[in-house]
Design a protein around this ligand. Structure first.
Ligand code: PHE
Length: 457
């Protein structure tokens, strides 16, 4: 590697073959259930337009600087997020304790993957329903029935959850770069294509005006401290921030690639898919007397109605759910990779052993989410069921906390020469903008939103 000077570390897992691979990998991580399953129902539960506005602001002024910070930390550290933070903490700020930030992120990833896999399992189940003609002639009652049949069955959910975790573990065990590039290159455009078809359906058959109104017209009376926190949590979740996977992927990024440009591309694609999903879902919601507040089942209640209605619905329905399953896999591997890399680097175990051990623990934890929808659905505390609490704790609290610490470290504690050398391709003004956002705007934003949510103001 001729362009890397001697004082720079090299990744022991190799580097991405090109900038495109990195973009695809991070986009693959970012785009997933967060955009298509979670964004619509969280937006629906929090009043629509005003939530979306706060979400977009969070993406730009908090998400963007933090994504740049995480990539640059990863590329400078060249290790898993914990070790990178430990090394950089020592070199740049004289304290190894910064590794705690990596731990918080990895813990969040654990929690997220445990329920993420269950929901990904739902999409796989819907794929099988669609190929076997299960979306024949559906009305609102029938879609409700299909969905409650799934959530009340521990066995069905367990089968698909297990299947999904096994695939994730196999991919991680083989090393994520093999195959990832090809997979994402085909799947992402295909997913976009089906979303556009669905959009046409929503425009022509759904209550499009009402859907757009709901999603894009801010009604500020619906804004609460909790919904602002939810919007910020969603921004972190959807961009895969605060968890360490962007740090991890940054560790495989060759030195000469532009971090700022890459981040902007990824953020643009991710936001586009989320907004598209919203524009597809809400017109169908309003046209079929469903409620935007229907929760985690929202896409499973709306989309089968569309597929049962359109010509070629069986084909499009099957393609949609399988592609969503793939999009979920490219996110799931990014949730698992940091802990696996950490175990390989520090505990001296093989990649496959590490993937199996960590994957099994997460798989077991997933059963708590499965049970949240049936036997343990009455067992509620704090924010609701176990699933609700996992999601709230991880997305709204842990991701913002470690994202905040990553950005504070990169902008306040790293020496200027270190951060500038990672961002050497941009003009001094762009560098200054990043620094201002990373040092001041993002931290203050996160802190105010936190304090607001616990009723300090
Ligand atoms: N961003 C992914 C999605 O939107 C989920 C994810 C969260 C992945 C955190 C990695 C880290 O589906």
């Amino acid at each position: 590697m001729s362009n890397i000077s001697n004082n720079e570390r090299e990744s022991i897992h190799g580097l991405w073959s090109s900038r495109l691979t990195f973009i695809l990998a991070v986009t693959g991580s970012a785009i997933g259930l967060g955009n298509i399953w979670k964004f619509p129902y969280v937006a629906g539960a929090n009043g629509g337009g005003a939530f979306v506005l706060v979400y977009l602001i969070c993406i730009l002024v908090i998400g963007f600087p933090i994504m740049v910070s995480e990539i640059l930390l990863g590329r400078k550290g060249r290790r898993n997020p914990i070790t990178s933070m430990q090394l950089l903490g020592k070199e740049e700020a004289g304290s190894q304790s910064w590794k705690i930030v990596g731990f918080i992120g990895l813990f969040a990833g654990f929690l997220i993957l445990s329920y993420y896999s269950v929901i990904a399992g739902w999409t796989l189940h819907y794929f099988t329903l669609s190929v076997t003609g299960g979306f024949g002639e559906l009305d609102t009652n029938q879609v409700n029935l299909l969905f409650s049949e799934l959530t009340s069955s521990i066995l069905t959910q367990a089968i698909f959850h297990t299947f999904f975790m096994v695939i994730t573990v196999i991919i991680i065990a083989r090393g994520i770069k093999n195959g990832l590039e090809k997979a994402v290159k085909i799947m992402m455009p295909a997913l976009l294509f089906i979303m556009v078809i669905l959009l046409i359906y929503s425009i022509t058959q759904g209550d499009f005006a009402k859907g757009v109104d709901f999603l894009l017209k801010p009604d500020f009376s619906k804004i609460t401290a909790e919904s602002i926190l939810a919007a910020m949590g969603q921004a972190f979740f959807t961009l895969s921030l605060g968890m360490g996977c962007i740090v991890m992927y940054g560790a495989y990024l060759p030195k000469n690639e532009s971090i700022v440009k890459t981040s902007l591309t990824i953020i643009f694609c991710d936001t586009l898919i989320a907004l598209l999903a919203g524009l597809v879902i809400f017109p169908i919601v309003f046209d079929n007397n469903l409620a935007p507040t229907d929760g985690p089942g929202l896409i499973f209640l709306t989309l089968p109605l569309a597929f049962s209605d359109i010509t070629g619905g069986m084909l499009f329905g099957s393609l949609f759910f399988i592609l969503l399953g793939f999009a979920a896999i490219t996110s799931a591997i990014s949730l698992l990779e940091p802990s696996v890399a950490w175990m390989i680097e520090t505990q001296n175990v093989q990649r496959s052993t590490s993937a199996i051990i960590i994957g099994s623990v997460i798989w077991l934890l997933g059963f708590l989410t499965i049970l949240s929808f049936n036997d343990l659905s009455e067992f509620t505390f704090w924010k609701g069921t176990l699933f609700d609490n996992f999601d709230y704790l991880a997305s709204n609290i842990l991701l913002p906390i470690s994202g905040l610490l990553f950005t504070i470290f990169a902008s306040w504690f790293m020496t200027r020469s270190s951060s500038r050398s990672e961002l050497s391709d941009v003009s001094p003004i762009v560098y200054a903008i990043w620094k201002f956002l990373a040092r001041v705007v993002a931290p203050i934003g996160v802190i105010i939103i936190f304090l607001n949510a616990i009723n300090i103001f």
